[in-house]
Ligand binder design. Structure first.
Ligand SMILES: O=C(O)[C@@H](CO)OP(=O)(O)O
Ligand SMILES: [Mg+2]
Length: 425
């Protein structure tokens, strides 16, 4: 018998930064009741799907999401109630049509994604399957390689280094569990090192430390020390993924770069590329996200041409999980990997399409949380469903991030002998 949606409703909740976000509840006639919560970014790309914030700015400094909640309750709910819950693609299409804009600015990507995620979860429940299996099929058994953010800078910390994320990646680990242990140990070691040098051990939005370091390189140097002191070999056991989030220090988003916290100061695109190349020679970097700004397509292409054989050049703000931009990137050889964020595009179906496009082109993909998160663990299941790749979901110090790591540990246990780890494919 087909299970149909009987009720859809939304609630305004808070995210990990204390800002409002949307939680959606979906019920079906088989008695299922599930919810899903939408994350929210700080360093957002210009072309991301729009997160709807209230017109009335008397609440939460204009950051309320009651308009989006109303859109779920009054517009989306009547349109999809009665639909078979397993018809994810169809339901996502109905919402896109209802919205009628390119960037989901009418109903809000936060409203639409909340429903899309909750429908997927309700579909999994009704089918009696774990979410990763429902979305990824019977063969979904690859756990992503975690990239743990251990130093936060840029817009996620505002007091230290220009680059936004310094992540430890357990490239040599035999299992997810062991990989997670090695990067969590490195995180703790880093804390001790910082303490010993009288540097702050407070954390940024994603849970990485946010010490007042001299410059960007100092962050890399202390991480190298932490890896070694934790008993691991940099480049063999643990490597580094970076997210410069270069748009955040590029005034024209195209060719000018202004490093505020480092000696480098003002740079053009070629100078930025040569800084990246120097770092890649000096440090064990496996992937570099947004090394250049979101409209610096040319710079991206040049850097990829130079270093794309040895590391992943990951496009986040430049591709915004949108197949329109990813297709252009593939054609022009702009990068070789895409950051996948569900709320950048606004439906589960379109995020899956983006992953599919990467796979077909032989590109890698890197599944990602947002800097504003909730306790929802959808992302962990989604990453396994998508066949692994890499996953970034913050550090070992904030529960909204740890919830995802813990869910992956559960999935790994469930998969048992079928497990296939460290899927940087
Ligand atoms: O830039 C990024 O990749 C993300 C997630 O780490 O940050 P935000 O959610 O603030 O865009
Ligand atoms: Mg990014």
């Amino acid at each position: 018998m087909t299970t149909v949606i009987t009720s859809v409703s939304a609630l305004e909740i808070l995210d990990s930064r204390g800002n409002p976000t949307v939680r959606v509840f979906v019920e079906t006639d088989s008695g299922t009741r599930v919810s899903a919560s939408v994350p929210s970014g700080a360093s957002t790309g210009e072309n991301e799907a729009i997160e709807l914030r209230d017109k009335d700015n008397s609440r939460y400094n204009g950051k309320g999401v009651l308009d989006a909640v109303n859109n779920v309750n009054r517009i989306i709910a009547p349109a999809i109630t009665g639909q078979p819950v397993s018809e994810q693609v169809h339901i996502d299409r109905i919402m896109k049509k209802l919205d009628g804009t390119e960037n989901k600015s009418n109903l809000g990507a936060n409203a639409i994604l909340g429903v899309s995620m909750a429908v997927a979860r309700a579909g999994a429940e009704s089918a009696g399957l774990p979410l990763y299996r429902y979305l990824g099929g019977n063969t979904a058994r690859r756990i992503p390689v975690p990239a743990m953010n251990i130093i936060n800078g840029g817009e996620h910390a505002d007091n230290n280094v220009d680059f936004q994320e310094f992540m430890a990646v357990p490239i040599g680990a035999p299992s997810f569990r062991e990989g997670l242990r090695s990067i969590a140990e490195t995180f703790h070691r880093l804390k001790t090192l910082l303490k010993n040098r009288n540097l702050a051990t407070g954390v940024g939005d994603e849970g990485g430390f946010a010490p007042d370091l001299e410059n960007n390189e100092a962050a890399m140097d202390i991480i190298m020390e932490a890896i070694e002191q934790a008993g691991y070999k940099p480049g063999k056991d643990i490597s580094i993924s970076l997210d410069s989030a270069a748009s955040s220090f590029s005034p024209d988003l195209t060719s000018k770069y202004e490093l505020k916290w480092s000696g480098e100061g003002k740079m053009n695109s070629d100078e930025m590329i040569s800084l990246c190349r120097d770092w890649i020679k000096k440090y064990p970097i496996v992937s570099w996200e947004d090394p250049l700004a979101e409209n610096d397509w040319n710079g991206f292409r040049k850097l990829t041409e130079k270093v794309g054989q040895s590391i992943d050049i990951v496009g986040d703000d430049i591709f915004v999980t949108n197949t329109k931009y990813i297709a252009k990137g593939i054609k022009e050889k702009t990068a070789n990997s895409v950051l996948i964020k569900l709320n950048q595009i606004g439906t589960v179906t379109e995020a899956i399409d983006a992953v599919q496009m990467c796979r077909e082109a032989g590109w890698r993909y890197f599944i990602s949380h947002r800097s504003g998160e909730t306790e929802d663990t959808f992302l962990a299941d989604f990453a396994v469903a998508m066949g692994g790749g890499q996953l970034k979901t913050g550090s070992a110090s904030r529960s909204e991030r740890i919830a995802k790591y813990n869910r992956l540990l559960e999935i790994e246990m469930e998969l048992g002998a079928m497990r296939c780890i460290i899927g940087r494919k």
